[in-house]
Ligand binder design. Structure first.
Ligand SMILES: CC(C)(COP(=O)(O)OP(=O)(O)OC[C@H]1O[C@@H](n2cnc3c(N)ncnc32)[C@H](O)[C@@H]1OP(=O)(O)O)[C@@H](O)C(=O)NCCC(=O)NCCS
Length: 221
């Protein structure tokens, strides 16, 4: 099949929408982002809260993670558009494992030669380690050099807005699910971001690594 075949979705259909907040810009992570992303993924104080739990040792390892992550996103989108045209979604569901590169608008607009990614952020469908319920989870981590500027709170609020605008729902049955987040009790900055953004505490427990965690939810109200 060629890309002009109406039953074959083009790569463009898989693209996650790009959006901005007051100071940040969100674009889908790209294969070419490894070098710009490495500052973040090599920071131990960030990566200790990630599923990987340790920093990437080299740009090559960041590239490997990136390749794997993008392959998952594409596979999800392809699964969504597989099969006869009449039985599949006309548009892939972009809520599946969306991963954004976050840049500072001021940096992008100044045309700086260096490409700097200040955060990795996204949504993934996952089973809660606390309740066992499958739902959508928000996540993000910022390079330590920009902590304390309110960026994470701005990002979380912007991402939640983007999410609910994408699937507003016009009847009770179509009402989109809430957005969840799991935060370690030992991570006060992240707990504070949840509080500032208005997430509600819904459960407490222990994650797969034995870490005490709190689960939060933001409903679309
Ligand atoms: C958690 C993280 C995203 C916060 O990013 P940020 O841009 O600094 O967040 P904000 O500036 O929006 O808000 C942080 C809040 O936490 C507060 N805070 C920071 N460190 C704190 C601490 N040790 N104890 C209590 N509060 C703390 C800040 O004062 C701020 O609150 P305020 O605005 O009321 O003063 C960032 O530290 C990070 O990327 N950490 C590593 C990865 C991570 O933990 N990701 C989240 C996993 S759930």
């Amino acid at each position: 099949m060629t890309s002009t075949d109406p039953t074959t979705p083009s790569k463009r259909e898989y693209a996650t929408p790009t959006f901005q907040t007051t100071r940040l810009t969100f674009t889908p992570l790209a294969q070419t982002d490894a070098t710009a992303l490495h500052e973040l993924r090599s920071a131990p104080e960030c990566m200790k809260w990630s599923r990987q739990g340790r920093p990437d040792a080299s740009v090559a390892e960041t590239q490997k993670w990136l390749d794997g992550s993008l392959a998952e996103v594409t596979a999800e989108a392809e699964a969504d558009t597989a099969g006869p045209a009449e039985s599949r979604n006309s548009r892939p569901d972009p809520r599946k494992d969306v991963v954004f590169a976050v840049r500072e608008l001021s940096h992008v607009e100044s045309g700086a030669a260096e490409d700097r990614i200040v955060a990795q952020a996204g949504f993934r469908k996952a089973k809660s380690e606390v309740t066992g319920v499958e739902r959508f989870e928000i996540g993000y981590m910022f390079v330590p050099g920009v902590w304390g500027k309110g960026y994470a709170s701005e990002a979380a609020q912007g991402m939640v807005r983007w999410w609910f605008e994408l699937y507003p729902g016009d009847s009770e049955s179509e009402k989109p699910e809430g957005i969840y987040s799991i935060v370690a009790k030992a991570n006060p900055a992240s707990l504070r971001v949840m509080e500032k953004c208005g997430f509600q505490l819904v459960a407490e427990g222990v994650d797969d690594h034995g870490e005490e965690v709190v689960e939060f939810c933001m409903n679309n109200e």
